[in-house]
Ligand binder design. Structure first.
Ligand code: AMP
Length: 574
């Protein structure tokens, strides 16, 4: 008996999955299908994307619905349009050998009229994003009265995206359902609450450990100065010439800016973020999927639900604030049994976050040195040479040119040809990396800061003694506010961030004293912070903020003295 058959699937479904090349069920399929196929049991599946969970619920759904009845019998709700289309596409593939089963995707950003028309054609399985589904319910364009099975896919993502009320609404509108099947990569209390409020003794199945990551993912991190993230990213891309990856940034602005800078520098990259029209998003995703685009930079919201096979690297340009987001990001690689690398670019003050992640993902994170310029060149060089050797010459009519070529190269040795090819291909690389600086933050510095909680006062004192020797990208600012003004650390932090409109990760250590305080801030935004706060009034007192170590001249990153012969504008870049 075929292993899918043994799970209780009918002949046609077994034939479809065989056609798709599925040889054996994945663990979630093995555990979930026998339970779901009964149709009457509420179910919670803790599984990441990439584990084969779509087939785990999709195959039983198709088997359970009655193709003769031309009304919605199953509803799949998922967070994003991309995921909605992927699930629909998978279901279309699974049902290929069964007549009369209709599946329809309904999602925002596309014509609702067309979706309404299609729903009227006798659809049994509706795959929907929450917003559009509610719109359709309110227009009475979809009838959920006879829906027996409700699947909530990526439930944690839906809640993260603020769809809690929508999910409640949908569940309250499917009054005759027989079961709810909830899938989630993680189990935060909000997801637990859905199971408590709407499900009856659900069977729970976990693939791997709870909240654990995929064992095929290698987690690496690189430590650089805060202002050298971009340069580090560029170097890591150059060091991995075969990379097919997604870079995650925290904001749309970052995604846009980094993609523009890298594109200008000749990299094959596009940004995916919420400001794009649906058409633009589809175009970018189409290119990425077809692998004509090597790199995608995306915000978390925009990247939700992306399921692309073969992604080799996920890069966290910055670590996410929400640790669970990391699991989702890294889960974009190492899908369907393949392996992948999840890279995090951090600065010293984020190492404690790495430790937290290690606990959460239950895996070791490896600190890797940022490659030196000459290492990047070597890697690129041999990558190119490998391609040269592997080039397919069987189809071109190259032989006809050979006599002429041989004549032209009669006095040139093989070594020289190779060198000339290398020079053509590599001059720009060699030039770029000729005097490239070492981006690694020195080991002693990282060791000293390791495991240190952000802003812990005990260490602050120890560190200040070493301040002049340190260059981790921060500048220390003085401010004449302190605990006497009623501040605690959290309220103080909030105050300076609100006033300056800067993000928390631009800050280093905060040393809050009674009369005045010191704030470490990323050098690139120190000016902005001073301009925003200096001269402001607080409790009827003028706020004074300036560079604490103004008198101390310390070499800047490019070896030029600070405030040397650069213009003010140039200085701000660094
Ligand atoms: P999912 O977690 O549903 O997004 O599935 C991830 C990928 O695994 C998809 O590309 C599926 O086509 C593939 N897949 C699902 N089940 C199997 C299986 N039993 N054998 C091989 N590949 C599978």
């Amino acid at each position: 008996m075929n292993s899918f058959e043994a799970l209780g699937l009918n002949e046609q479904l077994v034939a479809s999955v065989t056609d798709l090349g599925f040889e054996n069920p994945t663990p979630i399929q093995e555990k979930a299908i026998p339970i779901l196929i009964s149709g009457t049991t509420d179910f919670v599946g803790l599984a990441q994307t990439g584990t084969g969970k779509t087939a785990a619920f999709g195959l039983p759904l198709i088997q359970l619905i009655n193709p003769q009845d031309k009304f919605p019998q199953a509803l799949v709700v998922c967070p994003t349009r991309e995921l909605c289309l992927q699930i629909t596409n998978d279901l279309q593939n699974f049902k290929k050998k069964i007549r009369g089963v209709n599946v329809e995707a309904v999602y925002g950003g596309a014509s609702i009229t067309m979706q309404i028309r299609n729903l009227r054609q006798g659809v049994q399985i509706v795959v929907a994003t929450p917003g559009r589904l509610i719109d359709l319910i309110e227009r009475k364009a979809v009838d959920l009265q006879k829906v027996k099975y409700v699947v909530l896919d990526e439930a944690d993502e839906m809640l993260n995206m603020g769809f809690r009320d929508d999910i409640d609404f949908v569940l309250k509108n499917t009054v005759n359902r027989e079961s709810i099947w909830l899938f989630s990569a993680t189990m935060p209390p909000e997801v637990r609450a859905i199971s408590r409020n709407f499900m009856e003794s659900p069977k729970e199945v976990t693939v791997g450990k709870k909240n654990s990551g995929n064992a095929n993912i290698v987690h690496n991190y690189y430590i650089c100065a805060a202002h050298q993230r971009y340069e580090t990213l560029k170097r890591l891309i150059d060091f991995n010439p075969g990379m097919y990856g997604i870079i995650f940034s925290r904001t749309k602005a970052d995604a846009q800016e980094i993609s523009e800078r890298l594109s200008k520098a000749g990299y094959d990259i596009e940004a995916l973020h919420g400001d794009l029209t649906q058409q633009q998003r589809d175009k970018v995703m189409g290119r990425f999927r077809a692998k004509t685009l090597q790199l995608l930079i995306a915000t978390d919201v925009a990247a939700r639900g992306i399921d692309v096979d073969g992604i080799t690297h996920v890069i966290n340009y910055e670590l996410p604030d929400d640790m669970e987001v990391y699991t989702h990001r890294s889960g974009r690689t190492a899908r369907a049994g393949k392996s992948g690398i999840s890279i995090s670019i951090c600065h010293v003050r984020e190492i404690y976050k790495i430790r937290q992640l290690e606990k959460m993902v239950n895996a070791s994170f490896h600190k890797v040195d940022i490659p030196l310029g000459k290492e990047v060149c070597r890697k690129q060089f041999f990558h190119f040479m490998d391609r040269l050797i592997a080039a397919d010459i069987s189809n071109g009519d190259y032989e006809t040119f050979l006599p002429d070529l041989m004549e032209r190269f009669a006095h040139v040795s093989k070594e020289e040809v190779l060198q000339r090819v290398a020079a053509l291909e590599f001059s720009h690389f060699l030039k770029y990396y000729e005097n490239a600086e070492d981006l690694n933050v020195k080991e002693s510095r990282t060791a000293r800061n390791d495991n240190r909680e952000y802003g812990k006062p005990g260490n602050a004192r120890r560190e200040r003694g070493n301040y002049n020797n340190r260059d981790n990208g921060f500048t220390r600012l003085f401010i004449n506010l302190g605990t006497k003004d009623g501040f605690y650390k959290a309220s103080f932090l909030q105050f300076i961030l609100d006033e300056s409109n800067l993000k928390k990760d631009t800050l280093g250590k905060i040393d809050l004293r009674e009369m005045n305080s010191w704030v470490e801030v990323d050098r690139s935004v120190a000016g902005k912070m001073i301009r925003s706060l200096d001269g402001k009034r607080f409790n009827n007192r003028a706020v004074r903020m300036n560079e604490a170590d103004g008198g101390f001249k310390r070499p800047s990153d490019d070896g030029m003295p600070r405030g040397g012969n650069r213009t003010k504008k140039e200085r701000n870049i660094f």
